[in-house]
Design a protein around this ligand. Structure first.
Ligand code: GLN
Length: 488
């Protein structure tokens, strides 16, 4: 494809920097692509009308080599605050919320010269695995309009895959970057907890939430990650480390093989019930590919990570959600019901009308597991299990440099098919949630197909060792080439 919008981010960035294309042309190409694809996929909740003017202003100044994303159009999940642009987190309760500041990661994108085209659709407050929980209607998978795009960053994955933009920022609390990337067939990086500041992220589960890029290539993910990573005193859990810088991309681009690497295969993951045979086969082929590229494969064990991860994750995530979402009270900001006759009714009606069913379910369950008398049985237990899961991962990563595992047990399912069965939806997160409990980084890479739908695998790494998983992903992606999946 020769259209501008179809280039990789690194490629278009280089063409912009050398003056071969102008920022306005590239932005216009993406806006046209949005117009052509958006009616079918609904990946965006807002398109910024200022984008074209911003591109023209950049062109007037000329390329700036100090800005690694100069003139590159990107989109951002609607969970991240964007100054002057409506930010809803997919919720009715924030339908009129226009932040006056940028999230740290958005600030970084703008400072690097990127142009924010718009805000991506998402499950309300990032709670979901299919983007069907958005108060503004679901996103459709650009590979198959009848299928879910994954979630909760389904709008981000669909937008990148449909080539509306060159990258998007998503958030991952229990898989929400990796799983939609796998469902749509793009790349998604969930960084180590603490690597990217959460300042300006509308919180879901604060001890689990991480921001990261969705892109079409691993190189692109490395570049965006190097831009958004780094210490930020406004987030108390931001790691006091220096940002990776341009060496990260250079190191990834220079990687040609996997010789000298040991890659662990978590045995319980491959043996888990419910793993679709077509997904298992694509994963087995990817493992063989890694071996063929020189990696030594070893079997590793994560005894707690499949058996107890879903239960522990949903207790911790809901507990934190119930606390984080207490701030939406109809008084300070967000939706306010006009039916209330007293203060208590104001809280009750505003929250009942403003939050969707899934969010209400989680607030209730979260408050329950934290309540006196149940705290020890549920929350404390889950926190203990969390520690065991992390220990499993740390032990396994002593035996290998990285691990290769499925992302989702099944390919993208049909829209509407399991939305009425929350437990079934939660079980779909079996392979992703444990990584958030452990705080480790994971890269989701498309490795094959099940029929016409993509299959992704995650490459799991050591703490703050995004470089290794990006190198492995890049080497594998280079050999896999174009998977020739259909796309709108
Ligand atoms: N599907 C998981 C949940 O609903 C993960 C969501 C996420 O990572 N934001 O909690």
């Amino acid at each position: 494809m020769s259209e501008l919008y179809a280039a990789s981010l690194v490629d278009i960035r280089d063409r912009l920097a050398s003056g071969q294309v102008r920022a306005e042309e590239v932005t216009r190409a993406c806006l046209d692509r949005i117009e052509a694809t958006e009616p079918a996929i609904h990946a965006l909740l807002a398109v910024r009308p200022e984008a074209l003017d911003e591109a023209r202003a950049l062109d007037a100044q000329g390329p700036d080599p100090s800005k690694p994303l100069w003139g590159v159009p990107v989109t951002v999940k609607d969970a991240l605050a964007t100054a002057g642009t409506r930010t809803t987190a997919g919720s009715r309760i924030l339908e009129n919320f226009v932040p006056f500041y940028d999230a740290f990661a958005v600030e970084k994108l703008r400072a690097a010269g990127a142009i924010i085209l718009g805000k991506n659709n998402m499950d309300e407050f990032a709670m979901g695995s299919s983007t069907e929980n958005s108060a503004y209607g679901p996103t459709h998978n650009p590979r198959d309009i009848q299928a879910i795009p994954g979630g909760s960053s389904g709008g981000s994955a669909a937008s990148v895959t449909a080539m509306q933009c060159f990258a998007s920022l998503g958030t991952d609390t229990g898989g929400s970057i990796r799983q939609p990337a796998a469902m749509c067939g793009c790349v998604g990086l969930k960084p180590t907890y603490g690597a990217v500041s959460r300042y300006g992220l509308l919180a879901y589960g604060s001890s689990l939430d991480q921001i990261g890029p969705l892109t079409r290539t691993v190189e692109d993910a490395a570049l965006v990650f190097s831009v958004i990573a780094g210490h930020d005193p406004r987030d108390a859990t931001s790691a006091p480390r220096t940002a990776p810088g341009p060496e990260l991309l250079a190191g990834v681009q220079q990687s040609r093989h996997l010789a000298g690497m040991t890659i662990g295969i978590p045995e319980e993951f491959m043996a888990a019930e419910g793993l679709d045979p077509a997904v298992a086969e694509a994963c087995a082929r990817a493992q063989n590919l890694a071996r063929g590229l020189g990696a030594k494969l070893v079997s590793v064990s994560l005894p707690h990570a499949t058996r107890h991860a879903i239960a522990a994750y949903y207790i911790v995530a809901m507990a934190e959600a119930s606390s984080n979402l207490a701030r939406y009270d109809g008084v300070r900001f967000g939706y306010r019901s006009d039916k209330a006759k007293n203060l208590e009714e104001l809280y009750t009606f505003s929250r009942t009308e403003g939050f969707g069913h899934e969010v209400q379910r989680r607030i209730l369950l979260g408050a329950y597991v934290l309540s006196a008398g149940y705290y020890d049985a549920y929350y404390r237990k889950a926190a203990e299990v969390r520690r065991l899961i992390r220990q499993d991962y740390l032990k396994a990563l002593e035996q290998c440099d990285a691990m290769l595992a499925p992302v989702s047990p099944v390919p993208a399912w049909k829209l509407g098919s399991i939305i009425d069965d929350p437990l079934k939806m939660y079980l779909m997160d079996i392979y992703t949630v444990s990584l958030n409990l452990a705080g480790l980084p994971g890269l989701s890479l498309p490795v094959g197909r099940a029929g016409s739908l993509p299959v992704g695998m995650q490459i799991i790494g050591r703490e703050f060792d995004e470089a290794t998983i990006l190198k492995i992903g890049h080497v594998m992606q280079t050999v896999l080439g174009d998977l020739e999946l259909p796309c709108i």
